[in-house]
Design a protein around this ligand. Structure first.
Ligand SMILES: [Ca+2]
Ligand SMILES: [Ca+2]
Ligand SMILES: [Ca+2]
Ligand SMILES: [Ca+2]
Length: 413
């Protein structure tokens, strides 16, 4: 039960749910860092008894800006990079313009010290944390845009990183990378989203399997046109992690079904409107019926849920909020510890939303609590308890505004 709950919460938090992250028999070292992650914080607080005591909504008013400058960041990731049981921050910076990626070490009370991930600036859209080589510490994979190489950084165990290999081609228009064990060997594989805004010149996204030692020597294409996010989740609950590839530039989203070997031979299933412009998406069982649902943020249409209907089918999109501003980032996590997954949204030049899940029946319902100052564009959000009070906080990667953390607090009234 414990493991099932933790796996579900990990999925809700948008974190890789496979055994390398939550092993049945973790090594002592891995057990230590697992204990320090938000996953276990969420798990530990997700019991029904706790839920009854803590169902009030939370507010996100206390802010810590992580930098004084307003640059171009697109992604933030959380994990204990140095094994001291605190959740550290990795900021992917640059987008089209080269910048140095940053690590922010957390003292456990939500105070951060910054250091560069590497000396050289590059055009990084996202950086994902995972133990790629199986030695018990979190490594980093960064999805640089062309013409930069796509990099794998190995952790020495103390949170110092060196480039150990590259993956894919430097010429890819890469916008995002995520990690999941696609072939069941307990090593995380890479899923890489590439963009093309020209329908006449589609660009495939790619799956790059782990060679077992944390390198990714070959990649296989997915038949896609343009993507800036890919969601790895077992969407049909057959035990194999599938891939939702939302369309970024005017086409239809596709789901690629994994046969368990990390290959995707079946024709992909179209889902959602025939015209989509999606930057952000997540998968989780929002309404608690056992079927995985899809949450998508369409730049022009707004925020929607596609409820899972079973048998690899999804219901028509349902709009989630009338709040303005293009949704650029989405995370799903239980923000008020009532055991229902909530939705955190970051927007372009508008305040974000925490959509507290108040539903329980077939159609989901939400209470919209704003967060953020509405400045800049929130390209990435990550959820975890950064100040050690047991409540999940919001870390935001922004462009044209400083990166920051919005801490969870009790309602003021
Ligand atoms: Ca490692
Ligand atoms: Ca599956
Ligand atoms: Ca559902
Ligand atoms: Ca909740």
């Amino acid at each position: 039960m414990y493991r099932t709950t933790c796996t579900r919460v990990a999925r809700m938090a948008g974190m890789a749910p496979r055994p390398y992250l939550l092993p049945m028999n973790p090594s002592p070292f891995r057990r230590r860092w697992l204990a320090a992650t938000a996953i276990l914080t969420l798990c530990a607080t997700g019991s029904a008894a706790m839920a009854r005591q803590t169902s009030a909504h939370r507010v996100f008013e206390r802010v810590l800006l992580l930098e004084s400058t307003s640059e171009t960041s697109a992604s933030v990731s959380l994990g204990d990079i140095d094994g001291n049981r605190t959740l550290d921050v990795v900021l992917a910076k640059g987008r089209h313009w080269p910048l140095v990626d940053m690590i922010m070490r957390n003292d456990g009370a939500g105070h951060f010290s910054a250091e560069p991930l590497a000396e050289l600036p590059d055009r990084t859209y996202s950086a994902a944390l995972a133990d790629l080589d199986g030695d018990g510490d979190l490594d980093i994979v960064s999805s640089n845009d062309k013409p930069d190489r796509k990099l794998v950084y190995r952790n020495d165990g103390s949170g110092h990183f060196t480039v150990s290999s590259t993956f894919g081609e430097a010429t890819w228009n890469t916008r995002y990378v995520t990690v999941a064990d696609l072939n069941g060997d307990r090593r995380p594989d890479l899923i890489v989203a590439n963009r093309s805004s020209n329908p006449a010149a589609p660009r495939p996204s790619y799956v790059c399997l782990n060679d077992g030692a944390g390198a990714f020597p070959s990649c296989a294409p997915l038949a896609t046109q343009s993507a800036t996010i890919i969601v790895a989740s077992d969407l049909d609950r057959d035990g194999n992690t599938d891939l939702l590839v939302p369309h970024r530039d005017g086409g239809q989203n596709l789901i690629f079904w994994n046969d368990g070997s990390g290959t995707f031979r079946e024709p992909p299933t179209p889902v959602g409107p025939s015209v989509s412009q999606i930057r952000a998406a997540a998968a989780a069982d929002i309404n608690g019926d056992g079927a995985v649902d899809l949450v998508v943020g369409d730049e022009k249409q707004g925020l929607f849920v596609y409820l899972g209907a079973g048998s690899r089918a999804f219901d028509a999109p349902v709009a989630l909020t009338s709040a303005g501003g293009a949704p650029y980032a989405i995370a799903v996590a239980d923000m008020n510890r009532d055991a229902k997954p909530d939705i955190v949204v970051g927007r372009q030049e508008a305040v974000g939303s925490v959509l507290f899940n108040t539903g329980g029946a077939r159609l989901p319902r939400f209470a919209d609590t704003p967060w953020g100052d509405g400045k800049g564009s929130v390209y990435g959000v990550a959820i975890g308890d950064l100040d050690g009070d047991g409540w999940p906080d919001i870390a935001a990667a922004r462009s044209e505004a400083p990166n920051g953390v919005w801490f969870s607090g009790p309602p003021t009234k």
